[in-house]
Every structure is written in structure tokens, then in C-alpha cells.
Design a protein around this ligand. Structure first.
Ligand SMILES: [Zn+2]
Length: 470
């Protein structure tokens, strides 16, 4: 057994974790780091150790709490650090307690704010991580992405009212607002038909079961509920890459890809929500709006459930050497990559689930596999058109790494019914571009360029009819 009297480590979240003394060593396992990733979707607790931990867990419904028994002596000091990391505004965790339950067993009790369907699993060492024991705390009443879109719309309306305070109470709902109508409709008529999403293209493609938490209801707003009085809302799914345990690429100055791409996506969201194309209102939908891990197939599934018209995954490129620079745009390929570099990038991005920590025992892996076969030539052609429109605009705010849209087998671009592109905004491995990626000015310019590309695409390719009133 190897004894370490002082263990210092810079965690992936930039936390310096320091414990003193030999007491953390037990049965050959010591805790390397503990992390909490709170989010509305779910909260993850990660216990990283230098050997695999033996754990059993049980859930108590009232009041809701999860108990996890970890075998091995004296793991308490490292685990107690979880208590300090817990945030009061964590949507799911109310408190964390750690105690010695039996001579060889440490019990971790996670008190919960709402009913939870926990997933407890371990992950073998990968990338910079050693062994991870993961507690994923999913609310049993999972958030419906459509609800999120509505909540976001309501928040905007409130802000509009707040900003209009000097004027005598202007009524923000005076303007035509399909989502507003939907909110009103939902308030009056809770009975929703559970119809499958209607693919805009490829009607012969099989309809996937959503890869969602088991207890989730998936309401769908069939056209018959609201005969055709709305204008057509255009929904753009924005997918900030990586998040949570997966930092993405890391620049020479320590900038993490997951942070800069979220910042760009948030700026793009605000722009999209202020934009109209040919009289159609644009609305952005984010696959993640905070720092947490979202599996690749869940990103696609979320976008499909709001019947997004486009899917834009936002990333920052990296290479082993500092020189490569410039932006590039990728679409899916159904017959191999257009270059070795494109294949390399796709493999790198597709590895996100490994680093982020996918529960491979989760049932929805079958759905993930089903999704992999569903791309269509029409989807790819539309994606190439979208990508070209974006590249043309991105070339105005910075250098382009590749002048044409490249193609490879990106897992996150495989939805059959949405034109989907992956944007590498710049090279985070290039010191100059790393600085640019951090700057709000560049983030704003990039968001402007991406918006112009999206608008140009819709001006030439109007959205198709849709079976729901969004
Ligand atoms: Zn990436």
C-alpha cells in the first residue's frame, strides 16, 4: 500500500483540493477529489479515487434521501469536502451528511429537495480521471424541454415589462406570440395528446422513443388542438459542447472549451430571440444552459422533442501544436469523412461521453444506437447549405481553418429531421485564439456571424409546415 502524507491536486473544476495526514488511505483506496455539478436537469456527485470503491445505495422516499454505503476505512475526511461544495441553490440536493456507519463502512446521505430517480454507477479511469463513483440525481418529474422554452419566453416577457417601467404599463402580450398562445392554451387545457413527433422529412424513418427519464411525460401539441391560427415559430437548437465532468479541450492558458462555448451560445441565444425571418419569429433552445454533462444522444433527443428546425453544436478546436488556427464547420457524412483531419475531430468530439461519464448500463443506450442509423441524404444536404451560410459569415470575424464545410461521422449531428452542423469557433490550443475565445467582444462577434448565417439559411430555405402550433 502506498502512503501519501500530503495529497494536493488541481481538480478539473480548478479547485485546489488538499488533505493532510495518512487517514484518507484505506484498503488501498484514497479519495482524489469530490465534485458536485448542480443543474435543473439533474445534479451529479462525483467521488474520484485512486482505486475502485465498493458502494451500495438505497433510496428512501419520505423525506427523499439517498444513502450510499462505501466500503473501506476512514474515507470520511475527503467525503466531507462535499458538504462544503454544496450550493444552497442546488435544485436537487438539500444537504449532505457523512458518517461512519460500521467499522468498515462510511455512509453518505444525500438529502433531496424533490423526488429523485438516482443512478449510481462507477467509471473506469479515462483521460485525466482516475476511478469515479458517480451519483446522478434525476428528478422523477423531469423537465420537459418544451416547458423550458415556455419558461424562457415568460422570463423574457417579464423582462420586457421591467424594462418598460417608465412608460405606463405597456401590455407585452399585445404582439402576436405563438408561444404565449401556447402557454395560455396549456393553462386551460391540461389534456395533451401523446402523439409522436412528426418528422418534417424522411416520413418513412422509424420514430425513436425519447431517451428520457422513465417517469417523464412527453406532451405533444397536436394540430387539431389549435386549428391553424399561429404563424410559424422557428426553433433553433443551440448545443454548447461538453460541460460538467467533460471540460472539452483546454487551452495553454487553462481556458476550458466548455466555458467559452457556453458563453458564445448564450450570446447567440439572446440574438436569436430578438430576430425574425420573413415574418417568422425565431426562438433559441439550449441543450444545456449550465455547467453539467449532457450525453450526446440526449442533446439530439432534447432538440427533437421541441421539433427544432436547426441544430447548431458549438465547440472550440484543439490540436497538439499551437499553430493551427481559424474556424471550421462540420456536417454529418454518410460515407466516410471528407478528410483525415475531419475524422480525427469527429472521433475527438464523439469521445465526450467517455470523459463526461455516461452510465453505460442506462437503458437508453438502445435508443442511442437506433439514432445512429437515421441520417438522411436530405438532412445532410440541408446541413451543408446551413454550414456554408455560416462559414461565409464566420470568415468575416476571423480566419477560417477550412474554406468549405467538412464532413465526418459526428454522433451529435445524426438527427434525421433537423439540418445539423458542428461549429469549431476557433483553436483554443492556439494562444492568440485562446485569448480571443475568452473575450466577450470575440464571443459577441462570433454570435453575430452565426446568427447572420442562420438568417441567411432561412431566407433561402423557409421552414416546413409543422404539425404543432409552435
Ligand atoms: Zn468540442
Amino acid at each position: 500500500m502506498r502512503r501519501r502524507d500530503v495529497l494536493a491536486r488541481l481538480g478539473p473544476g480548478g479547485l485546489l483540493l488538499l488533505w493532510l495526514g495518512p487517514h484518507q488511505i484505506a484498503h488501498g483506496a484514497s479519495i482524489v477529489a469530490v465534485r458536485i455539478w448542480p443543474a435543473q436537469d439533474y445534479t451529479r456527485v462525483t467521488i474520484e479515487s485512486d482505486a475502485k470503491l465498493q458502494a451500495r445505495h438505497f433510496f428512501v422516499a419520505d423525506p427523499p434521501r439517498l444513502a450510499v454505503d462505501i466500503e473501506g476505512l476512514d474515507l470520511i475526511p475527503g467525503l466531507r469536502d462535499l458538504v462544503g461544495q454544496l450550493r444552497a441553490d442546488d435544485p436537487n440536493i438539500a444537504g449532505i451528511r457523512v458518517g461512519q456507519n460500521a467499522p468498515n463502512v462510511v455512509r453518505l446521505v444525500v438529502d433531496l429537495k424533490r423526488p429523485i430517480a438516482p443512478q449510481v454507477f462507477d467509471l473506469a479511469p479515462v483521460a485525466a480521471y482516475q476511478h469515479r463513483l458517480v451519483l446522478d440525481l434525476y428528478p422523477t418529474q423531469a423537465a420537459d424541454p418544451l416547458e423550458s422554452l415556455i419558461a424562457q419566453r415568460l422570463q423574457e416577457a417579464e423582462q420586457a415589462v421591467a424594462q418598460a417601467t417608465p412608460a405606463p404599463a405597456a401590455a407585452p402580450q399585445a404582439a402576436p406570440d405563438p408561444l404565449g398562445d401556447l402557454i395560455a392554451q396549456r393553462g386551460q387545457a391540461p389534456a395533451l395528446t401523446a402523439a409522436p413527433p412528426a418528422p418534417a422529412r424522411a416520413p418513412d424513418a422509424p420514430t425513436p422513443t425519447p431517451a428520457s427519464a422513465p417517469a417523464e411525460a412527453r406532451p405533444s401539441f397536436a394540430a387539431k388542438q389549435r386549428p391553424g391560427k399561429t404563424d410559424r415559430l422557428i426553433v433553433v437548437a443551440l448545443d454548447p459542447g461538453h460541460g460538467g465532468e467533460d471540460p472539452g479541450a483546454i487551452g495553454p492558458g487553462g481556458t476550458q472549451e466548455k466555458d467559452v462555448v457556453l458563453a458564445i451560445a448564450l450570446q447567440l441565444r439572446d440574438r436569436i430571440n430578438r430576430t425574425q425571418v420573413n415574418g417568422h419569429t425565431l426562438r433559441a433552445f439550449l441543450t444545456r444552459d449550465a455547467d453539467f454533462f449532457v450525453p450526446l444522444h440526449v442533446r439530439v433527443d432534447k432538440a427533437r422533442r421541441v421539433q427544432a428546425d436547426l441544430f447548431v453544436s458549438v465547440h472550440a478546436d484543439a490540436f497538439f501544436t499551437p499553430r493551427p488556427q481559424g474556424a471550421s464547420v462540420y456536417a454529418l457524412s454518410d460515407r466516410g469523412a471528407t478528410s483525415a483531419a475531419a475524422r480525427w475531430i469527429a472521433n475527438k468530439e464523439n469521445a465526450a461521453d467517455l470523459v463526461g461519464g455516461l452510465n453505460v448500463r442506462a437503458k437508453d443506450l438502445q435508443v442511442q444506437r437506433a439514432l445512429l442509423d437515421m441520417s438522411t441524404t436530405a438532412q445532410i444536404n440541408d446541413s451543408l447549405r446551413l454550414g456554408s451560410a455560416m462559414l461565409g459569415q464566420m470568415g468575416r470575424v476571423g480566419k477560417l481553418h477550412k474554406p468549405r464545410v467538412e464532413q465526418a461521422g459526428f454522433a451529435v449531428l445524426r438527427a434525421p429531421d433537423m439540418p445539423s452542423v458542428l461549429v469549431e469557433t476557433a483553436f483554443i490550443s492556439n494562444p492568440d485564439e485562446e485569448k480571443r475565445l475568452r473575450s466577450p467582444r470575440f464571443q459577441a462577434d462570433m454570435a453575430d456571424a452565426l446568427l447572420r448565417g442562420i438568417v441567411a439559411y432561412f431566407e433561402k430555405n423557409p421552414p416546413l409546415a409543422r404539425s404543432r402550433p409552435l
